[in-house]
Design a protein around this ligand. Structure first.
Ligand code: ADP
Ligand code: PLP
Ligand code: MG
Length: 270
């Protein structure tokens, strides 16, 4: 075998398997890369309480220990962050990125899980904005997160998404994708990619039923996989959109509450 291509996710566990570290590792595998993970939080969903999410952060020192283990094998080719769970964990992720400034990093500024519209942990969200976005190669907020990060509040049009992308770029990230997804009205799933000078509109038909739990994590992990394989940022984002669309098309109803993507969908359709 030729050179091993290494990818890393610093993210939470979604025991239901569609999102979080599970989505990231499955996607990394689909991209032919060797995935590492530093676990930050454990999320459970309660069927007796309408699928209420409980988030259990891990001690930041243990996250730091996991990263020490991973980097004992040398640098990785690309990395991403997902749900981080506490300001201290955000700081640990910041340090890992600063120790590896040559490595492309995708910041998925996870503040919410689908179906919830309240920021899970406002202090961590602010820390992601202030500490991680300035270090990001690409940031991938969904519509809600882009409204919070840009300060524009609820976004409802393409023009507002573009303005949010511009404002988030000003926070220091080199590139940003604002994901309209299912949250934007209309029959298209539209994302805006902004590289600081040019806007690219990424558009597909909205897939119904939307088995899109984990779509955001899968999309960010796919960008990471593309970057690790040497694609440009724009190429990585364009391929990730195809990858996540196939994952949603091949998703399934896990139960009455949630329909996760299938991370192997792109391979199945080839
Ligand atoms: N029903 C859908 N049909 C097609 N694409 C979708 C659908 N829902 C989400 N997407 C796409 O999945 C990716 C993740 O977006 P989104 O689901 O909004 O993120 P998040 O999971 O972070 O909330 C984006 O590329 C978005 O356009
Ligand atoms: C651990 C974890 N990370 C991230 C997310 C966000 O998932 P999505 O990809 O749907 O935005 C979730 C949602 O349940 C989660 O449990
Ligand atoms: Mg998300």
């Amino acid at each position: 075998m030729s050179k091993i291509i290494k990818t890393l996710t610093i993210a939470g566990s979604d025991s239901s398997g569609g999102a979080g570290i599970q989505a990231d590792l499955k996607t990394f595998e689909e991209y032919g890369t060797y995935g590492f993970s530093a676990l930050t939080t454990i999320v459970t969903m309660d069927p007796d309480r309408g699928w209420h999410h409980n988030v259990y952060p891990i001690d930041a020192a243990i996250v730091a220990e996991q990263l020490k283990t991973i980097f004992a094998g040398g640098p990785v080719d690309a990395m991403k962050t997902g749900m981080l769970g506490s300001v201290e964990i955000v700081q640990v992720a910041e340090q890992a990125i600063k120790n590896n400034l040559q490595t492309n990093v995708v910041i998925d500024p996870v503040m919410v899980c689908k179906g919830e519209d309240e920021v899970l942990n406002p202090e961590s969200a602010n820390a992601i904005r202030d500490l991680l976005l300035p270090l990001a190669t690409v940031a991938t907020p969904n519509l809600f997160e882009a409204g919070v990060l840009s300060g524009l509040g609820k976004l409802t049009t393409l023009e507002e998404m573009k303005e949010a992308a511009r404002l988030i770029h000003q926070l220091g990230t080199k590139n940003v994708v604002v994901k309209g997804g299912k949250a934007l009205g209309g029959d298209k799933a539209i994302d805006i990619f902004f590289d600081g000078s040019e806007y690219t509109v990424l558009e597909t038909a909205k897939i119904e039923p939307a088995h899109n739990h984990g779509a955001g994590c899968t999309f960010a992990a796919a960008i990471t996989g593309g970057l690790a394989n040497g694609l440009s940022v724009k190429e990585s984002v364009v391929k990730a959109k195809d990858f996540v669309s196939a994952a949603i098309r091949n998703g399934y109803a896990f139960n009455q509450y949630v329909g996760p993507v299938f991370h192997g969908g792109y391979r199945l359709e080839k």
